[in-house]
Write a protein that binds this ligand. Structure first.
Ligand code: 5GP
Ligand code: MG
Ligand code: MG
Length: 183
């Protein structure tokens, strides 16, 4: 990867690697406290949540099972298609178990609203959401996230799992993308 070329695509760093790790550490403490003595499965939403899952899981000082789902609600661009489809289902059974969905961002809320009710219909003990970012102004569906890293303005961001056309996911920081990239 040509690092100068990548930097030219970014406008502003919103959260650094260090800020992200610190915030995930705080959320992990809340989760440890809330689920003390309970059987917990964290479900990462592929592919964007890979980084958050890896770092949140390692920040948790307790047993936790990690499972994954892949759903599609976005095409290749920056607008929601409005369609949710399961591309990969959970490997494990969540009946009677406490489920925490882990995602990197809530934008319209379409994906997580749909996923919460889908997982809720499988007889879990509970279903909650942890998201690193949330855009309150973009919300179209009611979604209650119990753990939120930060609320951000309605801008398209990349890095730390967040992509634009499958690029930028491997950036360590979270940044806004320059308009010249998508025009
Ligand atoms: P929602 O269903 O809440 O609209 O968003 C679903 C997915 O859209 C997110 O999990 C994420 O993959 C993608 N998305 C939403 N907003 C952004 C953004 O600002 N940047 C990037 N890279 N992806 C986003
Ligand atoms: Mg996601
Ligand atoms: Mg994407």
């Amino acid at each position: 990867m040509d690092s100068a070329a990548v930097e030219n695509d970014l406008v502003e760093t919103l959260f650094t690697e260090k800020q992200i790790q610190d915030r995930l550490g705080e959320l992990a403490q809340e989760i440890e406290r809330d689920y003390d003595g309970k059987d917990l499965v964290i479900v990462g939403v592929l592919r964007g949540a890979v980084m958050v899952m890896a770092d949140l899981a390692r920040a948790l000082d307790r047993h936790v099972e990690m499972d994954w789902m892949a759903v599609s609600s976005y095409g290749s661009g920056t607008k929601s298609s409005g369609v949710v489809r399961i591309l990969k289902d959970l490997d494990g059974d969540i009946t009677g178990r406490h489920v925490l969905i882990v995602d990197e961002i809530i934008d319209t809320g379409l994906t997580l609203s749909w996923l919460t009710s889908n997982l809720g219909s499988r007889g879990p003990a509970s279903v909650e959401i942890c998201t690193l970012l949330r855009k309150p102004e973009a919300l179209q569906m009611p979604v209650e996230a119990k753990y939120v890293g930060w609320d951000i303005p309605n801008e398209f961001v990349v890095g730390y799992g967040l992509d634009y056309r499958e690029r930028y996911r491997n950036l360590r920081d979270i940044a806004t993308l320059a308009p010249h990239v998508y025009s």
